[in-house]
Design a protein around this ligand. Sequence first.
Ligand SMILES: Cc1cc2nc3c(=O)[nH]c(=O)nc-3n(C[C@H](O)[C@H](O)[C@H](O)COP(=O)(O)OP(=O)(O)OC[C@H]3O[C@@H](n4cnc5c(N)ncnc54)[C@H](O)[C@@H]3O)c2cc1C
Length: 299
Amino acid sequence: MLDLLIVGSGPAGLSAAVYAKRANLNVLILERVYCGTGQIAESSQVDNYLGFIGINGYELGEKFRLHAVNLGAEFKPGEAVSFEAVEKGWKVQCSNGDMIEAKAVIYAAGAVHRHLGVPGEEEFAGKGVSYCATCDGAFFRNKNTAVIGGGNTAMDDALYLSEICSKVYLIHRRDMFRGSAKTLEKIRQKENIEVVTPAQIAKIEGEDRVCSVELDNGRVLQVDGVFVAVGMIPQTDKIKDIVNLDDMKYVIADETGKTSAQGFFVAGDVRTKPLRQVVTAVSDGANAAAAAVEYLNHE
Ligand SMILES: Cc1cc2nc3c(=O)[nH]c(=O)nc-3n(C[C@H](O)[C@H](O)[C@H](O)COP(=O)(O)OP(=O)(O)OC[C@H]3O[C@@H](n4cnc5c(N)ncnc54)[C@H](O)[C@@H]3O)c2cc1C
């Protein structure tokens, strides 16, 4: 039986692997995407991870992976599909039929951004279409941008971008926003934010990069960036029956990663927390590995 199974080789899983290997645990990392390093591989430029100014996301992920490999971490391609608590740990069923047994699990399966599903969205992803204002906002200094969504994230993104961009359109399909009334008040006081409701994006257009969006009422807005903030889907469907989730389906856990299930830890974007970024995922991985080591020492 393994000491520790880590599910997911994104920044959280790889950081957990580094800490677990340094604590001499017998560790395996299960990853459903061959040689995947999580969401960050999709980013063409990461400008906010300390010490790596402007690094390409794929390159950063590879550095994380090589670090774990150098410490002797072992990887197995495959997707975990179900988890069962057994007497001295966990039995994990993989999609290819393999079964893995481990005394403890760190589940670091991340989250994926919900997409709009409109023409131009996939074509211009990373070329003006972004799912993260904190990550990419600074690339749109003194430019026009649109934020799509009606919740707190969209509203916070609009305020954040209004400090960087010349003009921000906040586009929501309903008249009423779901986010906080206080934030909406601040938005209304900002001269460079225009609230556009009720409206939906019909298409995103450009040549090499985004240059405009067309709304369902026919209006065309000239923008260089489109920030989609219509929610995230935490990858927790496979564990919804074994750990407690909040109403957004994130696993309820503090920074130690301890969940409601014994010996089952979480790290990174899957857990309840205010900021989902590489730096917090890496920190979570370290904390969850330390908590797993402590748990195994007292078993
Ligand atoms: C386009 C884009 C740009 C971004 N830019 C930045 C940025 O500039 N700065 C920043 O700090 N953050 C950025 N982020 C956010 C950052 O990438 C995430 O916060 C971070 O990757 C979360 O790490 P994680 O390890 O928790 O999850 P993830 O990176 O999502 O990794 C989870 C891994 O688990 C695997 N997995 C999922 N389910 C299973 C399963 N059942 N079995 C096996 N494997 C499984 C997935 O394939 C994936 O590899 C960006 C995200 C995106 C999408």
